[in-house]
Design a protein around this ligand. Structure first.
Ligand SMILES: NC(=O)c1ccc[n+]([C@@H]2O[C@H](COP(=O)([O-])OP(=O)(O)OC[C@H]3O[C@@H](n4cnc5c(N)ncnc54)[C@H](OP(=O)(O)O)[C@@H]3O)[C@@H](O)[C@H]2O)c1
Ligand SMILES: [Zn+2]
Length: 377
């Protein structure tokens, strides 16, 4: 069932709170960060908040910059994203700003909540999802019935917690603000419960005035996150580099690229590069970076062939070099065949050490092409 891309957005204090318990909303972000949020809103088809946030903050949830609204209209989109809220009770203030500003409004609720909401005469479409509110049904409805492809979720904690725990979040944009709330009754971003998938993947950090933006992608248990268009592009480049290798009868032709979390290329390499008859692609690329390069920890190694686990020509195989460099993600096109080493399993070795290994078989033919002269091909 297709769902929209779900982006969770929140700001928290240093002690992990979303707000204090005072009557006014606690301002956690800085002005430049509010402007960044405005940009993210402008990119979304819909913005969702829980009823708790409506009651606590009375937000408008608009795209504030006129130039961003104009750009939306010029692109054939509605001036404002659809505003969506969820409530089980239907107990909502019909005079809240949410219902009277910006574009279309939509309330997802239960049968019981819908009765209450209709009695209140809310200025919104009211959709009941049955006796209970199920997030998968809600996301499929937004996708299929309202054409939402990109959903920005702006809290609160009850909503964020459910989406992350149910494995429905594609991205988390978290801003850390330099202040402390210190009140145990204040709302937290993520509540207790079972979270799937273990460590999240850090994809970006950015200082914005005195706050820090961190972007994460949750990793699904076992499956790993879906490869992105950028993964395909970089792996295709690694396969092109493989074609540059001087041909050999005793070794594969392989290309590799190392890419930082922010998408910049750090280094590239290919087999037998620079006249070294035994150089491997990943080894050649890693050798161009300092071993303590801080970008390696969040970088991805793209290699046309899975990194090797055993080799006669050097003490450390490429899988070991990758682990020693602190790289946590490898994308490859092709599992190593038994041509030179029986039972090679670079992916298994890397995965056992917690490295995420993604095999994109769509690129296998391209990765094999420069090796056609080898026995068995
Ligand atoms: N710092 C930030 O970035 C940020 C962002 C947003 C919010 N906040 C803060 O977060 C606080 C509000 O958070 P919150 O956790 O109390 O509220 P919330 O997540 O905004 O909304 C919770 C409400 O949504 C409805 N709901 C959620 N999941 C549901 C489900 N599965 N079935 C039925 N109804 C469901 C329920 O409404 P009913 O009670 O009507 O049934 C529930 O009480 C406020 O203090 C606000 O200032 C901070
Ligand atoms: Zn190797």
């Amino acid at each position: 069932m297709p769902y929209p891309h779900v982006l969770l957005s929140a700001a928290v204090s240093l002690d992990g709170y979303l707000d204090d318990t005072g009557p006014e909303r606690l301002l956690l972000s800085s002005p430049a960060d509010f402007d960044r949020v405005d940009e993210v809103r402008a990119s979304a088809d819909a913005i969702l908040v829980g009823a708790g946030t409506l009651r606590a903050d009375n937000p408008r949830l608009l795209v504030n910059a006129p130039r961003r609204r104009a750009a939306r209209v010029a692109a054939g989109r509605p001036e404002y994203p659809l505003k969506v809220t969820v409530s089980g009770s239907g107990e909502l203030d019909p005079d809240a700003r949410f219902w009277h500003t910006g574009g279309d409004r939509l309330l997802y609720t239960t049968d019981k909540g819908a009765e209450r909401a209709r009695a209140l005469g809310l200025a919104a479409d009211v959709v009941s999802l049955g006796p209970d509110l199920d997030w998968r049904t809600l996301l499929a409805h937004l996708h299929d019935e309202r054409g939402v492809r990109r959903l920005m979720v702006e809290g609160g904690g009850t909503v964020h917690t459910q989406l992350l725990q149910q494995g429905l979040a594609d991205e988390l944009q978290l801003v850390l603000a330099p202040l402390l709330v210190g009140d145990p009754h204040a709302p937290r971003l993520f509540g207790p419960g079972a979270y799937q998938g273990g460590r999240l993947r850090l994809t970006e950090t950015r200082r914005i005035e005195d706050v820090v933006l961190m972007r994460y992608e949750p990793t699904a248990p076992g499956a790993g996150p879906l490869p992105t268009a950028a993964d395909h592009r970089w792996l295709a480049l690694a396969c092109e580099l493989a074609a540059l290798c001087p041909p050999s009868r005793t070794a594969f032709s392989v290309g590799a690229v190392i890419v930082a979390a922010d998408g910049t290329e750090l280094a590239r390499g290919h087999s037998r590069e620079g006249g070294d008859p035994v150089a491997h692609a990943e080894e050649a690329a890693l050798a161009k970076l300092g071993p303590a390069d801080p970008r390696l920890a969040s970088a991805t190694v793209y290699s046309s062939l899975e990194p090797c686990t055993r080799r006669a020509s050097r003490p450390r195989p490429c899988a070991r070099l990758i682990l020693d460099a602190g790289v946590r993600r490898v994308v490859t096109a092709w599992r190593e065949p038994d041509t030179f080493v029986a039972g090679a399993d670079g992916s298994g070795l890397l995965a056992a050490q917690g490295v995420e290994v993604v095999v994109l078989e769509e690129h296998e033919e391209q990765a094999k092409a420069p090796n056609r002269h080898l026995p068995g091909f």
